[in-house]
Design a protein around this ligand. Structure first.
Ligand SMILES: Cc1cc2nc3c(=O)[nH]c(=O)nc-3n(C[C@H](O)[C@H](O)[C@H](O)COP(=O)(O)OP(=O)(O)OC[C@H]3O[C@@H](n4cnc5c(N)ncnc54)[C@H](O)[C@@H]3O)c2cc1C
Length: 460
């Protein structure tokens, strides 16, 4: 199989030193203690912590393509201690104390990724510079003010965690156009996502795990995984497929795959960076509803992405969507509008990948000891740090290790199934349209969009 088939999937995969040759596939029927389906962060962090807790376990990771083929090899590299279903939702299901503990566990996961990658010599360009979220209209600024007040008041965060910035302070982080203020969130690092996931693959092999690549699971059942290369019997089967979950017949409506698309510029010269900023490699965004996200890469490029690609009927995952030029063009236009000085820089890479989205935007980590079924995912585009916490939690649950993680609000959380088609297609693509319209109306009027507020309520 050609290396290009993988390199073309993202700037990060293309940027990997050395060949991306697949490891050998499963050699036929086999028996292990733990079978993990999916070779991304979730599967590999789970394998890593399982083997740290019990080095005698026979752990097999089953990956359809190569480690890092999925979102873990294509994302924006924001390692950020937060989740889309924020602390208010966690408080609703588990109370204030649990919501606060969850926040601090998420914050700590950013540092844990830094600690482990250093200990395992995974050179993933980890730089903990925080996140700058710009406010570029009055509605964005008002939302940020409300968020900081609320999170400090209700969940005990301080200025060291999250604080408001005036226009000058915000521009001091990132000298973008139209900035009237901003929010700085300290618990975030920029990293090279594929270096992280590929390095993790090597680390779990060093600990004794086996990784079978080019091996597709076709069914996950209690005590076994059926693959195109044989059947694996296992005491515990971990489902770690995130955006690919819907490809299993038994999980067609569990998580919806939603595309996020990205571009990378050529490396910018030092004088451009002197003007733009991001000296600490802060990750950056503004506060529009249709999420955008960027980072200054270690080699001086801008990697920048956004949502907005239409959802494919029947949860279709289609490489044609990853290359959809209209959305990439919009992303480039947004970047240039944000940072006009990059307009003459070449865009060297365009790509995309799928996020896993649960019906209520609330990720889940779980283990049913009776059936041996375990799962984690549904991070809605914020899985880089969260998957570390999920992997640690799954390892604790599976080995019966008591820890401050095993009763966090997402443990055992069950989201409703997504609606059947065509309702799913209509509601998701409708919501995407509403977000775009709300952003346009907010930048024109400066007023918080009622349409968007209604949509968020509807989405839950
Ligand atoms: C473009 C983009 C940008 C993003 N940006 C950010 C960001 O900046 N910060 C952040 O926190 N999150 C971000 N995310 C989300 C983040 O990347 C994911 O939450 C995270 O990588 C999920 O890891 P995972 O291991 O659960 O899933 P994945 O990495 O998708 O791993 C699942 C694996 O399963 C494999 N697979 C599929 N089907 C089968 C099968 N039948 N049998 C066996 N294996 C199979 C796939 O090949 C894949 O390798 C982004 C996602 C995308 C797509």
């Amino acid at each position: 199989m050609s290396d290009d088939r993988y390199r073309s999937r993202s700037f990060w995969l293309d940027d990997m030193p050395g060949p991306l040759d697949p490891r050998p596939p499963l050699a036929g029927d086999s028996q292990v203690d733990i079978a993990i389906v999916g070779g991304g962060y979730t599967g590999l962090w789970t394998a890593y912590y399982l083997l740290r807790l019990d080095p005698t376990l026979r752990v097999l990771v089953i990956e359809k393509e190569i480690v890092g083929f999925g979102a873990s090899g294509r994302n924006g590299g924001w390692c950020v201690g937060e989740l889309a279903a924020g602390p208010d939702r966690h408080q609703e299901v588990a109370g204030n104390d649990a919501a606060r503990r969850f926040l601090h566990q998420l914050f700590d996961s950013v540092d844990e990724v830094g600690r482990v990658t250093e200990a395992e010599a995974i050179d993933c360009h980890f730089a903990k510079g925080g996140t700058i979220r710009l406010a570029r209209n009055a509605a964005q600024l008002a939302r940020q003010r409300q968020e900081v007040d609320h999170h400090q008041g209700e969940f005990g965060l301080t200025d060291d965690d999250v604080r408001l910035l005036d226009g000058d302070e915000a521009r001091g982080h990132l000298n973008a156009s139209g900035v009237i203020g901003g929010l700085f969130f300290a618990h975030a690092a920029a990293l090279h996502p594929t270096r992280l996931v590929r390095g993790l693959g090597d680390a779990v092999e060093r600990l004794g795990a086996t990784i079978a690549e080019q091996t597709a699971a076709t069914a996950i059942e209690p005590g076994r995984v059926v693959t195109d290369r044989g059947t694996v019997r296992a005491d515990v089967v971990v489902r770690a497929l995130e955006g690919y979950t819907a490809s299993l017949d038994s999980h067609r409506r569990t998580l919806t795959p939603l595309y996020s698309l990205m571009v990378a510029t050529e490396p910018l010269p030092d004088d451009a960076w002197a003007e733009i900023g991001l000296a600490e490699r802060q990750t950056f965004a503004d506060d529009r509803h249709m999420v955008i996200y960027g980072q200054r890469t270690a080699d001086g490029r801008i990697a920048f992405g956004g949502r907005g690609a239409p959802y494919g009927f029947g949860s279709r995952i289609d490489p044609a969507i990853e290359r959809r030029s209209r959305i990439h063009d919009l992303i480039v236009a947004t970047l240039v509008e944000l940072l006009p000085s990059v307009k003459d820089m070449a865009i060297t890479h365009r790509w995309g990948g799928v996020l896993g989205v649960p019906r209520d935007w609330f990720p889940s980590v779980g283990f049913d000891r009776q059936s041996g079924a375990a799962w984690a995912g549904g991070y809605v585009g914020e899985g880089v740090a969260a998957s570390n916490l999920a992997g640690r939690t799954l390892a604790d649950l599976i080995t019966g290790t008591d820890s401050p993680r095993v009763d966090l609000p997402w443990v055992g959380h069950r989201s409703r199934n997504w609606a059947p088609e065509p309702l799913r297609w209509l509601s998701i693509n409708g919501a995407l349209r509403v977000m775009g319209l709300a952003d346009r109306s907010e930048s024109r009027s400066g007023k918080d969009s009622r349409l968007a507020r209604g949509m968020w309520r509807f989405l839950r």
